[in-house]
Design a protein around this ligand. Structure first.
Ligand code: NAP
Length: 327
């Protein structure tokens, strides 16, 4: 399928590289806010067409599917333009700022008969599928601890008094929507929708969350999620069952999975060596959904994304974290 891209940062380059490796998408067009930057990015990535108008790129026959990697607050308006031109959308996480946007986009996509898919890499990894298959071996799950604490280089700029997009309420930033979505996706992918959500954030000077603890209550167990963009952690993630504990090196990308059986102390490792360019897996899965018109998988992914957005919106509301587009 013919690919157009929005955004010219490293993540778009990673996607383009993975798209090439997958053999599923051919880059034809890139967009940047200035023609100079668009041309430069097009040349660097061997794209035949450069645009500084979203309308023109959306109207081009050279684009069948668009990959959106603009700041979070722009995902909604960017997706809308392409759907209105009957183009499929692969949109970076967090897909939209809130459920209101989500509902509007999915109803528009249905009207135009196109797919809208969230680019969230961890649930498409082979090791996530292996984890899901082996989960029962831990026995009855009683607690879960997922951690994703990664000091952001952009926090240095924030400390200097600047406001990078990822730390800005105007751009729907914050640790919850930036990093928190990965462990939330993992939890919802493994355990489904929680009964309740409780969020305790660490708020920065502009009211955005720099880190936080999210508690997802599943009735018979609790999943605690720690995430941060202002500190770092070296602890693994764990799933605690009555028979054994599953230890993950990280919640994304999961490279190693170890089951430790309590009574015997026996350790068993699972997991395969995944490709370094792990966006290949999400691209393969998402393009397959579009190409095969796999409505069942589409509904599953849609529901996952809706549930994750419901959790982040609930968590934000509990703490009066309001995005610019919501004011
Ligand atoms: N999947 C992953 O592993 C991963 C990793 C990083 C980021 N992401 C996601 O990718 C998206 C982009 O993240 P990022 O860190 O690359 O964001 P960013 O650097 O703030 O912006 C991305 C692009 O949007 C354009 N842009 C920047 N500021 C803008 C503004 N004020 N108004 C309109 N456009 C603007 C720029 O492109 P032009 O100047 O060319 O127009 C820029 O290259 C986010 O949704 C993020 O969550 C995903």
């Amino acid at each position: 399928m013919k690919l157009g891209t929005i955004g010219t940062s490293w993540i778009t380059e990673s996607f383009i590289q993975a798209a090439g490796l997958s053999g599923k998408l051919t880059l034809t067009s890139v967009y940047s806010r200035t023609m100079e930057a668009a041309r430069e990015f097009a040349d660097k990535n061997h794209a035949p067409h450069a645009f500084d108008s979203l309308e023109e790129m959306a109207g081009s026959d050279e684009v069948e599917v668009v990959y959106i990697a603009s700041p979070n607050s722009h995902h909604f308006e960017h997706a809308k333009i392409f759907i209105e031109h009957n183009k499929h959308v692969i949109c970076e996480k967090p897909i939209f700022s809130n459920l209101k946007e989500w509902e509007e986009i999915y109803s528009l996509a249905e009207k135009h008969g196109v797919f809208v898919l969230e680019a969230i890499r961890n649930i498409h990894l082979p090791n996530f599928t292996i984890l899901k298959d082996q989960l029962h071996r831990a026995g009855e799950i009683r607690s879960v601890l997922f951690s994703y604490l990664q000091y952001s280089s952009r926090y240095d700029a924030f400390l200097r008094g600047e406001e990078p997009n990822v730390f800005s309420p105007a751009f729907s930033g914050g640790a919850l929507t930036d990093l928190g979505v990965y462990p939330i996706y993992a939890a919802v992918g493994l355990f489904g929708k929680p009964d309740s959500v409780f969020f305790s954030p660490v708020l920065l000077r502009n009211g955005i969350d720099g880190s936080g603890t999210l508690v997802l209550n599943y009735g018979s167990f609790v999943c605690t999620i720690l995430f941060s963009k202002i500190t770092h952690s070296y602890i693994p993630s764990e799933i605690h069952g009555e028979k054994g504990s599953i230890v993950l090196d990280k919640v994304t990308p999961i490279k190693t999975i170890e089951l430790i059986t309590h009574k015997t102390g026996e350790k068993e490792t699972f997991g395969v060596q995944q490709k370094e360019e792990d966006m290949v897996y999400e691209i393969e899965n998402l393009v397959k959904v579009i190409e095969t018109n796999d409505q069942e998988e589409y509904q599953r992914l849609k529901e996952l994304s809706r549930t994750v957005l419901h959790i982040t919106e609930t968590a934000r509301k509990q703490n009066s974290i309001v995005f610019g587009t919501e004011k």
